[in-house]
Design a protein around this ligand. Structure first.
Ligand code: ADP
Length: 256
């Protein structure tokens, strides 16, 4: 009984928050965007290509915030929201969350204050339908996607990166490590918040294989979509390139 009441109270608070954000975001669009234009960037790449780490580093350099749809879905799942319950099975199997659900979540996230002046999208869009709908949404707001970068990493590299990937279990931190290229200073402990560092549920070999298949079928074709719009830059980061070298290359491309 207590748990149900608590759940209903939290759902109410979430509704209030999103209604407030909607109104505030409308005012920001109408009043503030003429002084500071929002900027929307997209990082495309297979699972394990380093999009997440790069997005977190690039976002402050471009004065936007990084948004990872995977992180948003994991948070919703952990909080057992109605979205979370609907996406749980997709996260576990490595299949894509349906487009309508993904777009609703992204739209809602974009109205949050942290994204009022733009976003560096990591993991969105992942289907042509998502890309089309995202363009339509931005067009309704009078803006558009500024640049898209593809990190085209070879499959052999991806398997090594994903099997060595470890993530901070503290959802508020979520820092990722690579046991080979950038392990935490103290094994198993996050450098930032001291929480435990563990392998993500969907970084197991079977789910990784499913995510790579999904990427090839659903997401890779998006490159043509953005190439046609002349906003795409592709990079092929090889194992001998440092993270800093990749960062500088991608940042230069995004700055145009
Ligand atoms: P990765 O890029 O390494 O696969 P993410 O954290 O970006 O990991 O995504 C984890 C999971 O979240 C995906 O396997 C998929 O189920 C779901 N997901 C994330 N972004 C999207 C999206 N844009 N559309 C549909 N599903 C998504």
């Amino acid at each position: 009984m207590k748990t149900t009441l608590f759940g209903a109270w939290k759902a109410c608070l979430r509704l209030l928050e999103s209604s407030f954000n909607e109104v505030a975001f409308y005012l920001v669009r109408k009043l503030l965007w003429r002084f500071r234009r929002p900027r929307y960037f997209i990082l495309l790449g297979p699972p394990g290509s380093g999009k997440g780490t790069l997005a977190t580093k690039l976002a402050p350099a471009l004065r936007v915030r990084a948004m990872s749809t995977g992180d948003v879905f994991r948070r919703e799942k952990a909080e057992q929201t109605s979205f979370g319950l609907q996406v749980a099975a997709h996260l576990a199997n490595g299949t894509l969350v349906p487009d309508s659900l993904t777009l609703a979540v992204v739209r809602r996230e974009l109205t949050r204050p942290r994204f009022w002046f733009g976003a560096m999208e990591d993991g969105f869009p992942r289907t042509e339908e998502q890309a089309i709908q995202f363009d339509l949404l931005l067009a309704r707001w009078g803006v558009c996607v500024e640049r898209v970068v593809l990190l085209d990493v070879d499959d052999d590299d991806l398997i090594v990166r994903l099997s060595n990937r470890r993530t901070c279990t503290n959802k508020a931190c979520g820092r990722t490590y690579n046991l080979k290229y950038g392990p935490p200073v103290k094994a198993g402990i996050c450098d930032v918040c001291s929480a435990a560092v563990a392998q993500r549920d969907d970084d197991t070999p079977e789910v990784v294989a499913a995510r790579l298949r999904t990427y090839r079928v659903e997401t890779k074709p998006l490159c043509n979509y953005y190439q046609d719009r002349k906003v795409l830059d592709s990079f092929h980061p090889t194992g001998d390139m440092t993270a800093q070298e990749v960062f500088v290359l991608v940042k230069t491309a995004l700055q145009g």
